[in-house]
Structure formats: structure tokens, C-alpha cells
Design a protein around this ligand. Structure first.
Ligand code: SF4
Ligand code: SF4
Length: 455
């Protein structure tokens, strides 16, 4: 048998093994979670923490925001991270990260620029002091409306990566991303984008997908490409109207469900994306990307899917078998399991009194992450695109499978449509890369599986 055949067979066997492991519910090597019961519990694990230096405070009032309402769960008063907590956070986070890789700091909100530049000058001073020569990086997720020249110079000097919340052209962006007076924020965001461009600050677009954008996928895609984003990430908006638990906590949106929990009735917010429409949106954008932009414009949703086809970690929790390595730290030092689970029962401790590694390796957090896989319904385990989808985020698993099991993802129909559509091309890209070719070769007309015609 030729080497080529042997390699092909190995790949086939590996794919088969992955599919079988998936169906049995066992984890793959790349996806093994930290388990409280592991023998070597003292071995530190890597995790990626997001900080909320100003809590949920924001100068905008985006209709679909899930974090603004968290105000109701926090103490009254000023939600600014004070010097003591900032120092403890920087020191403990650096200490908690194993290995020599750069320590990645992520600042988020609410709107994290609201706290002002002095705060970040202090953060960098502390990072330098506690990193003791180890490298560190900073990223900030912002709506961009408060960026000015001073910010531009600061971000450029520190080589920050900026995540800019931008939903597409004006009429799409302004549908839901409103200011406190109910006016669209597009013009202010574009002013911020111009500052980033002026100071050559790299930025990624965080693009929420709503019913307004699913109607015009290519208008959104072309706009983001022209805007100069280095990467783009599409985030489907899925929120339910408040349930009893939410009403008890004074919240306007339903509380994130526990993995596997049955949800008797589902009432979606009007700004939630329709599953099928989301699938079609991804297919249209994918076709455009695979025809023209592979290797030159990065759509993270496709990179994550590709990683799964290559047997590598997807790089984002939703498309991994288990999760729980993306905690958040609130302005007051409280640490929570995940950005989508900032509720009292998911609080892990406080950075002033508890050790970050211990919080991350606690039974509570390990159970949270492992539940993503353990509660995956049989329907998903048998699904042909399961090893790419992994049932996505548990927060959205509030439907019932056709055979009556709870825990099916609301976006299931969309993911099925997208992964079935994109799989043949993604598999070819995976093979090209594994054979040492650039991914961009997929665009060669003799390899591309779809017509080159475009809009
Ligand atoms: S609950 Fe969802 S967002 Fe949170 S860590 Fe798990 S997969 Fe990620
Ligand atoms: S596409 Fe649907 S059935 Fe398949 S794994 Fe994803 S959520 Fe489950």
C-alpha cells in the first residue's frame, strides 16, 4: 500500500475514532477538561479570564445586551474596580498562568473605556511589575464611541488588540445598537474606528447577528471587509423573555439554564435570530469567503469549525466538548464561571480572598465545564455534524429533541444547515493545510467545489 493510502486510512480512522468517541460521550485528548477528581490536582491549568473593570456600566443601550441588566445583581453605588482589586487581579492572574506563554489580559464591560485611561496606565504598570520580564498582552472589547486621539496613541503604543462591536452598515447596526436617547450609535462607532485606523491599531469586529443582519448577509460581510477589520466574529443573538427565576432576581431576560435542564415554555425576545436564518446567513457568508477571502480575511466562526475538522481545539468554548475555562472577574473582585453565567449560584469566590487556580479547579467549576458534554442529548451524539458543533453553548440548549430529551440547542437547525453545507470545503482546507499547502489553495478553480460566480 502506498504511503498516501496509509495516510488517508489513518486520517479516516482518526475521524471515525473521533466520531465514535463523540457518540459515546467520551472526551477527545484535545478537549479533556480539568476535573476536580484528577489525581494531579496541583498541576495548574491554563484559563482565559475576562475582567469587567466597570461592571455592566455602559454609555449605550443596545436593545439585545445581556449584561446591562446585571446591574440589578450588583451592590448599589460605584462599579469601578478600585486600586486594591486591580492590583490583586493583575498579581494573581499572572501568578495563576502556567508556562512561559504571554499572559493575556482581556478587558470587557459594559463599556470598559468608561473607567478612563488612567486605570489602564495603572494596569500596565502593575503588569510590568508582576510579570517580572514575562510577556503579557492586552485586548479590550469596546463599542468604540469614546475613543479619541489619546486613546489611539495609548492603544498603539501598547500594541493592544481592540475588539470593536460593529454589526454592519448603518441601517443594520442602528437597528439595535442605540444610545441612551434611543438614537443609533453607528456614526460614533465609525468615529472610533477612524481613530483606530489613524493610529494603526489592529482591531477585530465583534458582529452580532440579528434578524436585521440575516436579511442581508453579504451587505454585512462586505461592509466589515471594507472597514479594515483583521478578524471578524459573528455572534448570534439568542435571548429568551424573563422566566420566573429572572423575575425573582429583577432581571429582564431569562436566566441561563443549567446544562440538561428542561425548559417548559420558550418565549424569545424579538431581536433573537431565527435558527434557520442564522444557518443561511453563515452559508452565504461562507460561500463568499471560500471563493475570495481564505487566508486574507479571517472569519473566526470558520476558523473554529476548521480547527475541529483538523482535530485541533476549536479555540472557543462553544465548539469544544467541555467548557469552563473562560471565567470573568467583576469590578469588585468576584469571580464567576462564565460571562453568560453571572448569577449568584455561579460565583466561585473573590480574588482578594481566594486563589484563582483553586477556584478554577474547584468541583463547582469542573462540574460546570464537564456538564457541557455530560448533558449533551443523544440526538447530538448521533448527529453527523456533532463533532463540529458539540451542541454549542449550554446557555442556548433550551429546546427538546424530536425524541423528547431536553437540552437541544435553539440554533440546532441553523448549525445543521451550516455545517452540512460547509463540511466538504472545510475538509478540503483541512487536508490542504495538513499536507503543508496554504489554506488559500481552496480558491483554485480546480479545487473549489462551488461555482465561482458571485454577487
Ligand atoms: S457556558 Fe457557553 S459561553 Fe460559557 S464557557 Fe460554556 S460554552 Fe462558553
Ligand atoms: S447540529 Fe444540532 S443535533 Fe447536531 S450537534 Fe449541533 S445542536 Fe446537536
Amino acid at each position: 500500500m502506498s504511503t498516501k493510502h496509509k495516510t488517508g486510512n489513518k486520517k479516516k480512522l482518526r475521524r471515525q475514532a473521533r466520531a465514535e468517541a463523540f457518540a459515546k460521550g467520551t472526551t477527545l485528548a484535545h478537549a479533556a477538561p480539568a476535573k476536580a477528581s484528577d489525581d494531579d490536582k496541583s498541576e495548574p491549568i491554563r484559563f482565559c479570564m475576562m475582567a469587567k473593570p466597570i461592571g455592566p456600566a455602559c454609555n449605550l443601550r443596545c436593545e439585545y445586551c445581556f449584561y446591562l441588566e446585571k446591574e440589578a445583581l450588583l451592590d448599589r453605588g460605584d462599579h469601578r474596580m478600585n486600586d486594591e482589586i486591580l492590583e490583586a487581579y493583575v498579581r494573581e492572574y499572572i501568578k495563576s498562568q502556567p508556562g512561559n506563554q504571554p499572559v493575556a489580559f482581556h478587558w470587557q464591560g459594559g463599556e470598559p473605556t468608561l473607567i478612563g485611561l488612567d486605570f489602564y496606565h495603572k494596569a500596565i504598570e502593575l503588569q510590568r511589575r508582576y510579570a517580572k520580564g514575562r510577556r503579557f498582552t492586552n485586548t479590550i472589547q469596546t463599542n468604540g464611541t469614546l475613543l479619541d486621539d489619546e486613546w489611539g496613541r495609548f492603544l498603539a503604543k501598547g500594541n493592544w488588540m481592540v475588539g470593536l462591536s460593529l454589526d454592519g452598515p448603518k441601517e443594520i447596526h442602528d437597528k439595535y445598537r442605540l444610545d441612551v436617547h434611543g438614537n443609533g450609535s453607528f456614526d460614533d462607532v465609525m468615529r472610533g474606528l477612524n481613530i483606530l485606523t489613524k493610529y494603526k491599531v489592529e482591531f477585530n469586529a465583534m458582529t452580532c447577528v440579528t434578524p436585521a443582519s440575516t436579511a442581508q448577509p453579504l451587505a454585512v460581510y462586505d461592509f466589515l471587509k471594507q472597514a479594515g477589520a483583521k478578524f471578524v466574529q459573528f455572534m448570534p443573538i439568542v435571548e429568551r423573555l424573563p422566566d420566573d427565576a429572572a423575575k425573582e432576581l429583577g432581571l429582564q431576560l431569562a436566566v441561563g439554564i443549567r446544562s440538561g435542564e428542561a425548559v417548559p415554555s420558550v418565549h424569545m425576545t424579538p431581536w433573537s435570530v431565527e435558527p434557520e436564518a442564522y444557518g443561511e446567513f453563515l452559508c452565504s457568508v461562507f460561500d463568499e469567503w471560500v471563493r475570495h477571502d481564505v487566508g486574507s480575511f479571517n472569519v473566526m466562526n470558520f476558523e473554529w469549525a476548521l480547527a475541529n475538522y483538523m482535530g485541533r481545539p476549536a479555540g472557543v468554548c462553544q465548539f469544544m466538548p467541555v467548557c469552563g475555562r473562560s471565567p470573568i472577574i467583576e469590578y469588585n473582585g468576584d469571580v464567576y464561571a462564565c460571562d453568560h453565567y453571572v448569577y449568584p449560584e455561579y460565583r466561585l469566590g473573590n480574588v482578594l480572598t481566594d486563589d484563582l487556580q483553586e477556584m478554577m479547579q474547584s468541583e463547582k467549576q469542573c462540574a460546570f465545564g464537564q456538564a457541557k458534554l455530560d448533558a449533551l442529548p443523544e440526538h447530538c451524539r448521533q448527529c453527523p455534524v456533532g463533532p463540529a458543533c458539540w451542541g454549542e453553548c449550554p446557555k442556548r440548549r433550551f429546546l427538546t429533541t424530536p425524541d423528547g430529551q431536553s437540552g437541544l440547542n435553539y440554533l440546532c437547525a441553523g448549525y445543521k444547515r451550516f455545517f452540512e453545507h460547509a463540511s466538504p470545503q472545510l475538509q478540503i482546507i483541512a487536508q490542504l493545510v495538513q499536507a503543508g499547502h496554504p489554506a488559500a489553495r481552496i480558491m483554485d478553480s480546480e479545487i473549489l467545489l462551488i461555482p465561482r460566480d458571485t454577487h
